[in-house]
Design a protein around this ligand. Structure first.
Ligand code: FAD
Length: 317
């Protein structure tokens, strides 16, 4: 079922989770162990992130280095199919521009369609570690909106091969990313919102936000979206803080601010357990306030500490 249909039919706030594919070398059972307890909450859908390959320099026996391509977390498409099959829950693969030509994207979409997957979260992806800024493949999509338009063309039976007439129309429901604290490359929030509106006008049916730790920022973002004519459902993405190190890591990687109250509470902790408790309580506080405000879904990034997510969801739903 499409995410948008889950949202339309919902009478109350829904819950959804996001998982990462297991590291290469691990079995899918590691993912099931992670998800099993969370399935008690009957999530409406489970998102699976996509991780492109990176180039690393490997030392050879003669002392020189060779550039090799490694993909640490392959398998997004297969994992989505496995999750749907194993739990009878809708899976949402993340689809990115980076590393894909348009032809490879089209083939991936055909695979998804054959597997009965009706949903995609359409993203640009980030620059690789070796790039100073994001570069698409020579025949790839540059922005999420370009990828969105490609999916939309396939939804209208238009394939890259022009001689395919009367092509099968896929039925992908497309979600996109939004940034309450602005995407780090955008010159200002207004410009970012203009690009977000363009994605919605091009067919995105809902928005999932980057994580945030201050609900006021989410509420202000929703207001700004509405002022700018962005009227689709906006799903807050939530992640708990789980240790003190994240006080500097999260702002650096995700370009989000942390509220003073949370920083102070985290700084007072003396053990990992205390730090996790602070993160869990903050997540519960955020979730309860968001749910009370009537958000369509609470979407949890479950990476790392599923127990904290479990405890929070148990408390809130
Ligand atoms: P876009 O919408 O293309 O925007 C990127 C930047 O370009 C923004 O600054 C925007 O304002 C600007 N822009 C957009 N359109 C135009 C235009 N036409 N002209 C000029 N500027 C423009 N990354 C992964 O690699 N794998 C994942 O699984 C993944 N999952 C994610 C899930 C969520 C919910 C979120 C919020 C992010 C996720 N990311 C993932 C990270 C995401 O790929 C990065 O944040 C990326 O830098 C931007 O992606 P986007 O889809 O928002 O890009």
């Amino acid at each position: 079922m499409k995410v948008i249909d889950h949202l339309r039919q919902a009478k109350d706030t829904l819950v959804s989770f996001e998982v990462l594919p297991p590291l290469k070398g691990k079995n899918i059972s590691s993912l099931y162990q992670h998800l099993d307890p969370l399935m008690e909450f009957k999530p409406s859908f489970v998102n699976v992130t996509y991780h492109r390959s990176e180039h690393i320099f490997k030392k050879k026996a003669d002392g020189t280095f060779e550039k090799v391509e490694v993909r640490k977390r392959p398998g997004t498409v297969g994992i989505c199919a496995a999750i749907m099959n194993h739990y009878q829950v809708d899976a949402v693969p993340h689809l990115i521009c980076g590393g894909f030509t348009k032809r490879e994207t089209e083939d991936a979409l055909i695979d998804l369609n054959f597997l009965g997957i009706d949903n995609v979260l359409v993203l640009r992806g980030d620059a690789t570690k070796n790039e100073s800024s994001f570069e698409p493949e020579p025949d790839g999509n540059r922005y999420a909106i370009d990828l969105l338009k490609q999916v939309d063309r396939l939804n209208n039976g238009i394939y890259l091969e022009e001689d395919i007439r009367d092509g099968f129309r896929t039925k992908f429901c497309m979600g996109v990313a939004g940034y309450p604290e602005k995407h780090f490359e955008a010159p200002n929030l207004e410009t970012d919102l203009k690009h977000l509106k363009a994605k919605v006008d091009a067919g995105a049916e809902y928005i999932v936000t980057q994580m945030f730790f201050d609900n006021a920022k989410f509420f202000a973002f929703v207001d700004k979206c509405r002022e700018n004519g962005i009227n689709v459902p906006i799903i807050p993405g939530l992640k708990p803080l789980t240790n003190k190190k994240q006080l500097s890591v999260i702002p650096r990687i995700f370009h989000v601010d942390l509220p003073n109250e949370l920083i102070e509470a985290m700084n007072k902790t003396k053990t990992d357990e205390e730090a996790e408790k602070v993160g869990e309580e903050w997540l519960i506080h955020q979730s309860k306030e968001l749910k009370k405000s009537g958000v369509p879904v609470l979407h949890y990034y479950t990476l790392g500490k599923p127990k904290i997510i479990y405890n929070a969801v148990k408390e809130v739903f």
